[in-house]
Write a protein that binds this ligand. Structure first.
Ligand SMILES: C[S@@+](CC[C@H](N)C(=O)[O-])C[C@H]1O[C@@H](n2cnc3c(N)ncnc32)[C@H](O)[C@@H]1O
Length: 172
């Protein structure tokens, strides 16, 4: 049987072979419309059933307590040995940067919200209709993510830096 893979908060990054999930119902390509600040992933997927989860630029769109519950849900639905990849803005790097302007830092820290951005029409339309989905509600650092992945039950975690983001790979 082929691996079951989830792309959480897929936006316009539709990945064939994944179940692509987003709260926005105006994206032209999405497999499941679920608002994960309202509904738990555990209502849609059984424990120990998923091989891989990718959540890029997603958990920062939630309050800290919601994000922690999301990490716990990721852990619950992953198979033992399953992997999740989480990318968040690295607030420590952004705040310390001398290259970024204040305006650029504010967008990276608070999210674009209803401010018009470059990008595909799908995401521009989604932003206009649901600006609340484009707000950052918590600021992440590598250390915070490390602590919270551990609280969620992950023991094997590694990190890489990617521009103004930090990417974690956590194995259940
Ligand atoms: C910054 S975009 C990232 C899109 C994609 N992952 C990428 O890397 O290009 C954040 C996405 O998360 C979605 N999102 C925000 N809050 C959500 C929620 N509570 N439940 C599901 N999706 C949500 C938004 O609709 C948006 O498409």
């Amino acid at each position: 049987m082929s691996d079951i893979k989830l792309n959480i908060g897929c936006g316009a990054d539709y990945r064939p072979g994944f179940i692509n999930i987003d709260a926005s119902d105006v994206l032209s390509n999405v497999d499941k419309v679920i608002d994960l600040s309202v509904e738990s992933l555990c209502h849609h997927f059984c424990n120990d059933s998923i091989d891989f989860i990718v959540a890029n630029d997603f958990i920062e769109h939630h309050f800290h307590w919601e994000a922690l519950n999301l990490l716990k849900d990721f852990h619950a639905i992953l198979k033992p040995g399953g992997k999740c990849e989480i990318r968040v803005p690295d607030c420590s790097k952004i705040i310390k940067s001398w290259r970024l302007s204040t305006e650029e830092k504010l967008i990276l820290l608070f999210g674009g919200q209803d401010v018009e951005q470059d990008g595909c029409e799908d995401m521009r339309f989604s932003r206009r209709k649901y600006p609340q989905l484009f707000c950052h509600k918590y600021g992440w650092t590598k250390d915070r993510l490390k602590k919270d992945l551990s609280i969620a039950g992950f023991s094997k975690v590694s990190f890489t830096s990617a521009g103004t983001n930090v990417v974690s790979i956590a194995i259940k």
